[in-house]
Design a protein around this ligand. Structure first.
Ligand code: ADP
Ligand code: MG
Length: 277
């Protein structure tokens, strides 16, 4: 810890403070080392479950190597706190970025570029049988060069098999899928639902946080009025795709749509082909 110099605070989460730090003594020229993010999770007074979740976040992040997932640099426990060192995303989180956008919408190209990267991250996680379970704009980070990285694996869960369904009620209410609200098991389709909510939020800059049900009815209204723009179509497609077939304990995993399948949908492919080159 004494090798870390705190430069400032970058965020405050539910479990503690997130600091911008620099490693001292790694180089003769101290300012040449890139700054890192230090996420401190208070373990004192936490229940066994919270401590387990914090350690699980470390274990999951340490395994994840993907350009669209926040990079893990190391961790240590000291003074009753768990410390996680992460790559710094200079652009901050997407929620703040959206709130700074005021009333002008993001260009569709920006929304699509971000959406593809978030979907790629989700596809990678699901491929490794990891459910994020708290995908939301607060947990999506931007770098200086416009890369998007999914972070905050605090309540993520590794499924022991693709058939496994998570039953604990976790996550953020606005992003919760119908099956979560009904206390039914969570699987990777519920992450895809949250992805639809994120897309809706990005495409509806400066509007209030969408409630999935409201989002759906709103989008159906938009489609009914024949409004131009494939952005709405994409949003409604992803959202209603997740809505159309909510997971249940009787689901055959082979029929459960994954992020990669959503990406394979003809309309998504058609509009994204340009950006995937
Ligand atoms: P919590 O589990 O407490 O929600 P997060 O990991 O989501 O903690 O971090 C809280 C906030 O800190 C994020 O919403 C973001 O604003 C900021 N933050 C977290 N990690 C980074 C990072 N790697 N780079 C830049 N900002 C970050
Ligand atoms: Mg968070």
């Amino acid at each position: 810890m004494e090798k870390l110099e705190v430069i400032g605070e970058v965020g405050r989460g539910s479990y503690g403070t997130v600091w911008l730090v620099r490693c001292r003594g790694l180089s003769n020229t101290p300012h040449s080392t890139p700054p890192l993010v230090l996420k401190c999770v208070e373990l004192k007074g936490c229940g066994v479950r919270e401590v387990e979740l914090a350690r699980q976040e470390v274990a999951i992040l340490a395994r994840m190597k993907h350009p669209n997932i926040v990079s893990y640099k190391g961790s240590f426990e000291e003074g009753g706190r768990l410390h996680l060192l992460l790559g710094y995303c200079e652009g901050g989180d997407l929620h703040t970025r959206i709130s700074l956008q005021c009333s002008s919408p993001f260009p569709e190209t920006t929304v699509v570029r971000w959406f593809i990267q978030i979907t790629m991250a989700l596809q990678y996680l699901h491929h490794h049988h990891i459910l994020h379970r708290d995908l939301k704009t607060h947990n999506i980070l931007l770098t200086r060069c416009g890369l998007v990285k999914v972070g905050d694996f605090g309540i993520s869960r590794v499924l022991s098999s693709p058939r496994d369904l998570a039953t604990t009620l976790v996550g953020t209410p606005y992003y919760m899928s119908p099956e979560q609200l009904a206390s039914r098991p969570y699987n990777h389709k519920s992450d895809v639902w949250a992805l639809g909510c994120v897309l809706f939020e990005m495409a509806n800059t400066a509007s209030s946080l969408p409630c999935p049900r409201l989002a759906l009815s709103h989008l159906q209204g938009v489609e009914g009025k024949g409004r131009d723009g494939w952005g709405c179509f994409l949003v409604s497609s992803v959202v209603s795709f997740a809505f159309w077939s909510p997971p249940s304990s009787h689901d055959n995993p082979a029929t459960v749509p994954s992020a990669s399948q959503v990406l394979q949908l003809p309309y998504i492919r058609r509009h994204m082909a340009l950006f995937l080159q």
